[in-house]
Ligand binder design. Structure first.
Ligand code: GTP
Ligand code: MG
Length: 240
């Protein structure tokens, strides 16, 4: 299984080199590991630092977490499985092995890292905890998806991901993946991961009012919207 780690990064110069350096160079079940950092118009030296650490850097001029993730997927043509990880050091690259195993063993199409049980004090503001819990419940009510978190640290095979035809190109990308995968009966598994404070630099999402409002709007909007759209392809799991 060839693996690509995709790191969307906006002004993470203080973190990206160390983070890329901590990504394991070998993992059980994995024949090759490559890293793509998607720079979304950083004004600092994120791209340079990522290159120094040996990552491939892709530039995506359209601002948005989803645009960045999609650009990473586009640059992962040779990968069988992709792993998404934040670029701020809040996730432990060593825990990638936990995300990959259920896919390698054909027990899952999509594996989420759930932060619910291991949140370092101060790493997640109360409004984000509340929002994650609420939307996780909605996932159960609306889609029958039993999850405890909406974690962005996740692994999925590339072909099924492409078949989801992702179109939420900002804050809605992670939940769009969840709801579309649920509607298509993908097998989804949660594994516990640790969540810690960003190593350095500024928050762009939960630590800012603008980021929080936009994330709430998109996350709730996407979660509710897809529950009421007719499901065209439920019998055609991977659209092959
Ligand atoms: N490419 C890209 N990456 C983004 C964008 N916004 C955020 N990110 C990255 O997405 C990840 C999550 O953003 P954070 O700023 O850490 O948001 P957060 O985790 O809610 O906030 P913290 O608590 O400060 O960590 C980080 O790797 C960011 O660099 C964006 O518009 N484009
Ligand atoms: Mg963060």
């Amino acid at each position: 299984m060839r693996m690509m780690v995709i790191i969307p990064a906006l002004n993470e110069a203080g973190n990206i080199r160390r983070l890329v350096g901590e990504i394991p160079s070998t993992l059980p079940f994995v024949s090759s590991i490559h890293v793509t950092v998607v720079d979304n118009g950083s004004t600092d030296e994120t791209a340079l630092e990522a290159e120094k650490a040996g990552a491939k850097v892709v530039y995506e001029p359209r601002r948005g977490y989803g645009y960045a993730c999609a650009a990473g997927v586009g640059a992962a043509a040779n990968a069988d499985v992709v792993v998404f990880m934040d670029g701020d050091g809040s996730f432990d690259p060593a825990e990638m092995a936990l995300l990959i195993r259920p896919i390698a063993e054909n027990r899952a199409d999509l594996v989420f890292g759930s932060r619910a049980a291991h949140i370092e004090p101060g790493s997640m503001p109360p409004h984000q905890r509340f929002g994650n819990r609420l939307v996780s419940r909605l996932m159960g009510l609306l889609y029958g998806l039993k999850v405890t978190d909406l974690g962005p640290y996740r692994a999925i095979r590339r072909d099924p991901l492409l078949s989801l035809d992702m179109c939420e190109m900002t804050f809605g990308w992670p939940v769009e993946m969840m709801v579309k995968a649920a509607r298509r009966d993908f097998i989804m598994v949660e594994v516990p991961v640790h969540y810690r404070k960003r190593w350095s630099g500024q928050s762009k999402v939960s630590g800012t009012l603008r980021g929080t409002l936009l994330a709430t709007y998109y996350i709730l909007g996407v979660t509710l919207r897809y529950a009421f759209v007719p499901n065209k392809s439920s019998n055609d799991k991977f659209n092959r």
